[in-house]
Write a protein that binds this ligand. Structure first.
Ligand SMILES: [Zn+2]
Length: 470
């Protein structure tokens, strides 16, 4: 039967997740529509050309709300896609704020570049923003909600089930059954797989037997440190930086997921009387909105967290934490004296308010930057993790005197043992093909070795644009 997958993103890299299924009936189903990130002009060029005609796509299935999986949906719609977008309700809610934020950033950047070009007497060479706020509004109209574990026919002969992936609120692995004359073909796309030790979300769930598996491999060659020790490690950093050194602890964090994990843990430390009296600033309007969505969907959190909610109705807030929306208040933090903890986006430090906090905070040896998430190749975060003497910011060479600390246990991605655990619900002899995506070459090689040892055969690492018959 004619069934193929073409890998249009997150192929031998970690961003731009986008896989096109051509089904036996001739329909075209897109899995994810993510943005390429972190490579400057190279990412921009990839984001402006899909490699397929958006008008020809019949339906889109979205694994979760992170921008590297959802960020090009408004552009897909602006270029003529009119089909349904299937997602869980929490993913839809998070997309609403994340995509609006993404459009706002792009419109702003474009205006800034146009103004600068005009000032310098140059013609504006850049083409417009990738999409606008109006494109986001149009895209949101196309969302159709599908609950977890509820098989739903989305195209004639094709049924979708979302399985909880435990990565961020609403995140899912996608399990498809595709009927054809030769029988049924079952395809599972992992989306991003979460941790089996997540403090907020339940473990990734087992999925039905598949014939073909498309699997993420972000940490395919790495083991995370023990997560159970993370609260004490976090507290240790706060005590050393904020209490002993009287400095600022600056934590770059994704607005969705990581920020809520940190707030939950700070809240826990506060409730147990261990958190020193240090002001905590959450400097991200997007985080505030995302935290509201976590509260709204509290039923999706772990069972013991739901119980905890009965004792403490606000798991993300405590005396001493200030949520900052206004830019003016955010700027005041730059000149603020005394110790503090600041959580701001973006996690990879390429954009957002975190840039200002780094610009002002990196020079002071009393301060520290605590990196709690994955920083993709080419990002500012990746450079900072190499602990350079100086970094270039806003036209200046800024000395890096602050300590650069890392805590990998906050990762929302499964490590190699957890990816093995995720796939262990499968009978390897029945899986005909495994495609590794969403990882660099070393990560994929590492995971391939593990999966081969576990008995999986035909493990491939498709290139960008490669079409594979399945
Ligand atoms: Zn993700």
């Amino acid at each position: 039967m004619s069934l193929s997958i073409t890998f249009h993103g997150a192929a031998r890299m970690v961003t731009g997740s986008k896989h096109l299924l051509e089904l036996p009936g001739g329909q075209r189903l897109l899995l994810d529509c993510g943005m390429f990130q972190g490579e400057g002009p190279a990412s921009d060029a990839l984001n402006r050309r899909f490699g397929f005609d958006p008008k020809s796509i019949d339906a889109l299935v979205l694994s979760h709300a992170h921008i590297d999986h959802s960020g090009l949906i408004p552009r897909l719609v602006a270029e003529g896609f009119q089909g349904p977008i299937y997602a869980t309700e929490a993913t839809r809610d998070l997309c609403e704020i994340l995509l609006a934020d993404s459009a706002f950033i792009q419109e702003n950047d474009y205006r800034y570049d146009a103004k600068r070009a005009k000032k310098q007497g140059q013609a504006m060479t850049e083409i417009g923003p990738l999409y606008t706020t109006a494109d986001v509004d149009a895209a949101m109209q196309l969302f159709r909600m599908v609950p977890y574990d509820t098989p739903t026919e989305i195209l004639p002969g094709t049924t979708l089930a979302f399985i909880d992936a435990g990565h961020i609120l609403g995140s899912a692995s996608v399990h498809l059954t595709v009927a054809s004359r030769e029988g049924v073909r079952r395809i599972t796309f992992s989306g991003d797989v979460g941790r089996y030790v997540d403090r907020l979300l339940p473990d990734p769930k087992a999925f039905p037997q598949a014939d073909v598996i498309i699997c993420e491999s972000t940490y395919g060659n790495r083991d995370h440190q023990e997560a159970s020790a993370s609260a004490m490690e976090l507290l240790g950093h706060v005590q050393r930086v904020c209490v002993q050194q009287q400095g600022r602890l600056i934590i770059p964090a994704f607005s969705v997921g990581r920020t809520q994990e940190l707030l939950y843990q700070f809240n826990h430390l506060f409730n147990s009387g261990q958190l020193p009296r240090v002001p905590v600033f959450v400097d991200s309007p997007l985080s505030i909105n995302a935290t509201g969505i976590y509260r709204k969907h509290a039923r999706l959190l772990q069972a013991d967290i739901r119980q905890e909610l009965e004792r403490d109705p606000d798991l993300f807030g405590f005396p001493g934490v200030e949520f900052i929306r206004e830019a003016a208040r955010s700027k005041e933090l730059n000149t603020r004296k005394g110790p503090s903890i600041t959580i701001a986006a973006s996690g990879m430090m390429d954009a957002g308010r975190i840039r200002h906090h780094l610009f002002h905070g990196l020079r002071d040896a009393r301060n520290a930057v605590l990196v709690v998430g994955f920083c993709g190749p080419g990002t500012f975060g990746e450079r900072l993790l190499q602990r350079p003497d100086t970094v270039h910011m806003y036209g200046e060479e800024v000395p890096v005197n602050a300590a650069i600390l890392t805590m990998e246990s906050y990762s929302a991605h499964a490590d190699r043992n957890e990816l093995l655990r995720w796939i262990s619900c499968q009978d390897p002899s029945l899986v005909k093909q495994v495609f590794l995506v969403h990882g660099d070459m070393q990560a994929m090689e590492g995971l391939k070795e593990r999966y081969s040892d576990a008995g999986f055969r035909h493990i491939e690492m498709p290139r960008q644009g490669q079409r594979c018959q399945v």
